[in-house]
Design a protein around this ligand. Sequence first.
Ligand code: PEP
Ligand code: MN
Length: 336
Amino acid sequence: MLIILRQDCTNEQCTEVEEAVVRLGYKPLPVPGENRTAICITGNKGPVDPGPLIRLPGVLECITVTKPYKLVSREVHPENTVVRVGGVEIGGTKPVVIAGPCSVETEARTLAIAEAAKAAGATMFRAGAFKPRTSPYSFQGLGKEALVTLGRVREQFGLPIVSEVLDSESVEPMQDYVDVLQVGTRNMQNFSLLKKLGGVRKPILLKRGLAATFEEWLMAAEYLLAGGNEEVILCERGVRTFNDHARNTLDLNVVPLVRRVSHLPIVVDPSHGVGTRERVRPMARAALAAGAQGLLIESHTDPGMSYTDAAQTVSTNTLADIVRDMDVLSGLEPLH
Ligand code: PEP
Ligand code: MN
């Protein structure tokens, strides 16, 4: 908070304000200006109540400067957060590639996709066991059986597993099979789920809500950190706009913004962001060039046969091309 003093504020009144700040348990930092002085409040862990300060004779106004998403902000945590899972670092020096089908399929097929994804250079495997579908008649995921398959993928190929946690009830069954719990776009503001996940000892990949502002997204992350879970990875996956030429509008603006205002790692999911497989690789390049610390790519050995999201699923050959692009682009000097 910034306390703006009146132009005619006397030295005594200024001291009175500083003493009031100290009494509240904070540290006053006077910032002298050309016409008037401001006092910056530092050392507060949460929002400051302006009530006792605004009433003091020398005070003109109190301005809140600290972002509402305090714990996710660099203001309180200047160093980058690096999430470590099964030997992979997210937010470290090298971008990660989280690849795999939209949904877990038969065990044989899922293992074959995982093998091909690993050979293509994927560092983590993704696939949904519980699917959030627009229609209740559409394939809902293979549930528990899919979790067992994901466990086999991890066992055979050593790839850490990312999978969507659809509701509070699935947190427990996922514990033994999944390394990173994905909160899908439709659940970004499911506050009871976020509260539950704040108490879970597993990293969370938090997708941006399909119509969420930047601030709403970071506030959703704040729920996780406020609950005690600091291992949060942000994921931009496109938002709804008036555009009808793509499934969503991949908003790469947020990449340098997140890297500037937050210490949390950010990955980009161009698959859901474009909805068409031909455009996944160009937008993956763009995401990396913008500073994404990883990519989430829906990929399959036979994309057209994917149980879900076939139109946006790339082949594992294209995945290998994306990994090659990444090696070129990750050498770029960061600009945020
Ligand atoms: C997915 O990753 O398959 C998925 C359903 O993602 P989103 O929540 O971004 O739609
Ligand atoms: Mn999908």
